[in-house]
Design a protein around this ligand. Structure first.
Ligand SMILES: [Fe+2]
Length: 492
């Protein structure tokens, strides 16, 4: 359990540091543009056309709905992704570093009230829009925030990994400031913190691309206060995109996709490379613990972008369900999924924490795992992933029943690319706030048209493996394929 005195000193952000960071971002940008003129990794850049075509900010109130929107789904279906506001050299555009845009569909009392898209107010975006810069200090190698968005401590937070501060927004999507939640820390953050449903605390493993020797385990409490930090020593600057928690531990991913100076000088915008010298390993760290308590377990080379869940089973083993890539960034700067053969695996760590056993649960290509988040860190049964019904695009949903070792597929059709799904539990009794069993509720997602035509949001009613189409909401405009999606409940 967390004890207040555990929070030791940590680096504080200052005006001087922030000014230096702004200068360094400009320097990195100029050097990057020079290096990318000879980009060895330049690929056919599809990331500004059709499915990925950037859009203008918009608000649409007259939305056509097919089906019935459940009246207790009150809130925002939030999607975030890359949407470059201005690209002087389109062939050199890097999708992962495009300006962030938020897409928000507001549902209220059975109505689709509006769809709104808003650029994330980084300094670059505000200057291009000739708007005032937002408050807060700056950090990180790039002035980009585009990867995930969620609610915490009464605010929305748009985040990216590798160094930049999160951007805080109100529920009208107006950006307020850059900040590491309500702290004064000069620390990076991650795109994938894990919220403990029992405490409301966010647990995060964060790294800075400009510091290859350290990662940080941070805990942010339910009020947004940084209550715990410990510094984890690493080698080679590994990319750490996600983490997992159980009821007792946080699990640290240290895999062999590491910072590459060679790739940097060859013009790669995201200079990470498969590193055969780097030992793949999982760190097991007690929640609120310090780095010297980590127990590391080695495993054969692989990479995990996104993990589903972890828990201790009845035999006190640690179970991790993860999407495993074999050799990321080896074939493509953009981690082309069709070349990765990313598959669903279950990893089991014995009670002595000495051995990790891998088994493949599903060998079909899949990614973007989501669960009923009431079960984060606990034994669970249902897992939702996106599959490749058609080569090159995620256009089907898999629901895995991990207990019965079976799954079902829901195909959205060849013209649709499905974005990440988000699960919302059904309400059995609204007055009593009684919620449904695991896996009984609604899956929501954005559907992106592959030729750049009008996008949709879809609501599926799910009950275990049973899927019914509940409602389609025509959003009136094209929405480019993005990164992550979450539901934020807001009482009317
Ligand atoms: Fe991600």
């Amino acid at each position: 359990m967390y004890r207040k005195e555990q929070l030791k000193s940590y680096p504080r952000m200052t005006v001087q540091k922030s000014l230096w960071n702004v200068f360094r971002q400009k320097l990195i940008k100029v050097i990057g543009q020079f290096l990318r003129r000879n980009n060895h990794y330049r690929e056919a850049n599809l990331y500004q056309k059709k499915l990925y075509q950037p859009v203008e900010e918009t608000t649409i109130t007259a939305l056509k709905v097919s089906g019935i929107i459940p009246p207790h789904l009150n809130g925002l279906l939030l999607r975030i992704g890359s949407n470059p506001i201005y690209t002087p050299q389109p062939t050199l555009f890097e999708w992962y570093l495009g300006d962030g845009m938020i897409h928000a569909l507001k549902l209220q009392q059975g109505q689709a009230v509006c769809y709104q898209s808003t650029m994330i107010a980084t300094d670059r975006v505000q200057r291009l829009k000739q708007k005032p810069l937002i408050q807060g200090f700056r950090r990180g190698a790039h002035d980009v925030v585009n990867t995930n968005i969620f609610q915490h401590a009464g605010k929305l937070w748009a985040v990216i990994e590798a160094g930049a501060f999160p951007i805080c927004l109100n529920d009208q999507l107006q950006a307020e400031r850059y900040q590491l939640f309500n702290s004064d820390a000069d620390l990076p953050f991650t795109a994938h913190p894990r919220k403990d449903p029992k405490t409301g605390h966010l647990h995060a493993i964060s790294y800075d691309a400009l510091d290859g020797k350290n990662a940080y385990y941070q805990v942010i409490d339910e009020k947004g206060t940084l209550i715990h930090v410990t510094q984890i020593l690493l080698q080679h600057g590994p990319m750490i995109h996600d983490c997992l928690i159980t009821e007792q531990e946080v699990l640290v991913f240290d895999f062999p996709l590491t910072f590459s100076t060679k790739r940097l000088f060859h013009g790669a915008s995201v200079p990470y490379q498969w590193n055969k010298q780097h030992q793949a390993r999982i760190g097991i760290l007690p929640k609120y613990g310090n780095a010297d308590q980590i127990q590391w377990i080695n495993l054969e080379p692989c990479f995990v972008f996104h993990a589903a869940n972890a828990f201790r089973d009845q035999d006190n083993r640690i179970i991790l369900d993860v999407i495993v890539h074999q050799d990321d960034f080896e074939h493509s700067q953009h981690a082309a999924y069709e070349l990765q053969n990313a598959k669903l695996e279950r990893w089991i760590i014995g009670p002595d924490m000495q051995m990790l056993k891998r088994s493949v649960l599903d060998s079909r290509i899949q990614e973007f795992p989501k669960i009923d988040e009431r079960f984060t860190g606990s034994p669970y049964r249902y897992l939702y992933t996106l599959g490749f019904a058609q080569a090159g695009l995620f256009n089907c949903l898999y629901i895995h029943d991990l207990e019965m070792k079976t799954s079902v597929t829901y195909d959205f059709g060849a013209q649709w690319a499905i974005g990440e799904v988000t699960f919302v539990a059904d309400v059995l009794d609204i007055e009593e706030h009684q919620h449904s069993p695991e896996g009984h509720g609604y899956l929501m997602a954005y559907l992106h048209h592959i030729d750049g035509e009008v996008a949709k949001a879809v609501i599926l009613k799910v009950k275990g493996l049973d899927i019914q189409r509940q409602a389609d909401i025509d959003l009136g405009v094209h929405i480019p394929l993005g990164f992550h999606c979450n539901w934020v409940g807001i009482q009317p």
